[in-house]
Design a binder for this molecule. Structure first.
Ligand code: NAD
Length: 499
């Protein structure tokens, strides 16, 4: 069995707490790896290493930092397949999907390579007589990142490349369910020349997380995960005086208007609902069909969903892999088996799927629930599996009202040929990321990612300009260089005014 240890101060540090987690290959159900679960003392060792490294990294030149990031980008590019293979082995998603995850993470490394332009300050000359004012942004110190299982490489890369480009040092606590990719990311960063201690990885569970939240030397915390934990992280880190961004769960809706291209809408719904077996925070989990198109749309979705090939992520023919754990698979199945009793029509039932040769994998097929009511469990909860709910409304206004009543506000999409309706939707919908005829509107690296309402706690979205702001703090410098020929200064107790 493989062992995943911590990466602290530029080297592997063996887990010493005596506590280990088990990592399973979701396709076979076999335990393949044990992962160290850090004690508070091990978390402290990582923060101490990061604090020591900050002494020189925080004041290193921009060209030194970007030089390393460019080398890092090249190494990541060369190791795409290896990273993707680790993701598939522990998460279960198919290899092509894992490669997509690596590519989207690389976008943020590329953004970080250009940190020179993002960290440029501002200068106003002569704001008052012989007085200039400049605004600069400086790093925070040691920052922590806590990440979910569903993107074991991309979500860490949403955080640490920008954080370290800004001059911070970083402690990453990845998901204990699929920890290996994080270590490879850190090892490649060291190979690229990143000084020891700038990027550290501690593995663990709630004990490690709560130690980071309480640690006096952690200045800020980035979190991505489920809503209840995001709420806990935001409340606890804030109470401990830290800056915090905590991205939570989702229930993303897609509104389909009667004039939409229904084939394109059905393609998009199937891709976004069932890609990565629905284990995406930007998955479409509810389609709202407006007007009389409901039956036709459901039949087009069904036709497409029935053709999806399910199998191990290592098989190039597979389009959808297994779920992360057997317990999660059983929970997802319970929503499907309970749906009919709560009024839904079960158009496709994916429960009970077996995959030949992989009988112990965490399999579930695609499920499609029609006429789902807004007070049913399948609608209200984030299922995080391959289950798509369809709801019907008579009008656009009813559709938007239904969607805005959701406590979540991560991503959303509208499918229509009507530009005016799409424009109204952009302004009226209560969500942080909107797609117009685009099913998974995950913003590119140079725009920021973040939801509204219970999908994000804190002020800053992640990466893009918000990421740079989150990982730096502003300072305004007001300067006066008196001329020897100036009149002598004098005492003036009045509040200073500009003149
Ligand atoms: P999770 O909340 O269970 O775990 C996330 C992290 O928190 C992990 O590192 C885990 O070890 C830690 N954690 C778990 N329980 C904890 C506790 N009680 N106290 C302290 N730390 C704890 O999430 P997950 O199951 O790994 O990931 C799936 C969730 O993440 C879904 O809800 C999904 O929508 C969400 N997600 C959101 C986004 C986004 O951008 N908004 C992106 C990806 C995933």
């Amino acid at each position: 069995m493989k062992t995943v240890n911590h990466w602290i101060g530029g080297k592997t540090v063996e887990g010493a707490s005596g506590n280990w987690g088990q990592v399973t290959d979701p396709a076979t159900g076999a335990v393949t790896t044990r992962v160290a679960l850090a004690s508070p003392e091990e978390v402290d060792a990582a923060v101490t290493a990061a604090k020591a490294a900050y002494g020189t990294w925080g004041t290193s030149s921009l060209s030194a930092r970007t030089g390393i990031l460019f080398s890092y980008r090249a190494l990541l590019d060369a190791h795409r397949d290896e990273i993707a293979a680790l993701i598939t082995a522990e998460h279960g998603k198919v290899h092509s999907d894992a490669l997509g995850e690596v590519a989207r993470g690389l976008e943020i490394v590329e953004l970080a390579c250009g940190i020179t332009t993002q960290l440029k300050g501002e200068l106003s000359t002569q704001v008052s007589s012989k007085v200039d004012v400049s605004s600069i942004r400086q790093p925070l110190g040691v920052v922590a990142g806590i990440t979910p299982f569903n993107f074991p490489a991309m979500v860490p890369m949403w955080m640490f490349p920008l954080a370290i480009a800004c001059g911070n040092t970083f402690v990453l606590k990845p998901s204990e369910k699929d920890p290996s990719a994080a270590n490879l990311l850190a090892e490649l960063a060291a190979e690229a020349g990143l000084p020891d201690g700038v990027l550290n990885v501690v593995h663990g569970d709630k004990v490690a997380v709560d130690s980071l939240l309480a640690h006096p030397d952690v200045a800020a915390v980035s979190f991505v995960g489920s809503t209840p934990i995001a709420r806990h992280i935001h409340a606890t880190a804030s109470a401990n005086g830290k800056r915090v961004q905590a991205l939570g769960g989702a229930k993303n809706h897609m509104l389909v208007l009667p004039d939409a291209d229904l084939d394109a809408a059905a393609d998009a719904a199937v891709s976004a609902a069932y890609g990565s077996a629905g284990e995406r925070c930007m998955a479409i989990s509810a389609v709202v069909a407006v007007g009389a198109i409901g039956d036709e749309l459901v039949s087009k979705i069904r036709e497409r969903a029935e053709k999806i090939k399910i199998g191990p992520g290592t098989d190039p023919a597979s389009e959808m892999g297994p779920l992360i754990t057997a317990a999660h698979r059983d929970k997802v199945a319970s929503y499907v088996t309970g749906a009919a009793a709560q009024g839904a029509e079960v158009v496709l039932d994916g429960t009970g799927l077996r995959v030949d040769g992989y009988e112990d994998g965490h399999w579930i097929g695609l499920s499609l629930l029609d006429h789902v009511s807004t007070d049913s469990d399948a609608y209200r909860d984030e299922i995080f599996g391959p289950v798509l709910c369809v709801l019907r409304t008579e009008t656009y206004d009813e559709g938007v009202a239904l969607m805005n009543a959701s406590p979540f506000g991560n991503g959303t999409a509208i499918f229509t040929r009507d530009g005016g309706a799409a424009r109204r939707f952009q302004l009226e919908i209560e969500a942080g990321m909107v797609g117009v005829n685009v099913p998974i509107p995950v913003p590119v690296g140079y725009h920021s990612f973040g939801g509204w309402k219970d999908s994000l706690f804190g002020d800053h979205h992640i990466y893009g300009n918000d990421g740079v702001h989150f990982y730096t703090r502003g300072k305004v410098v007001t300067t006066r260089w008196p001329d020897p020929a100036d009149a002598p200064s004098g005492v003036d107790l009045g509040f200073p005014r500009n003149h």
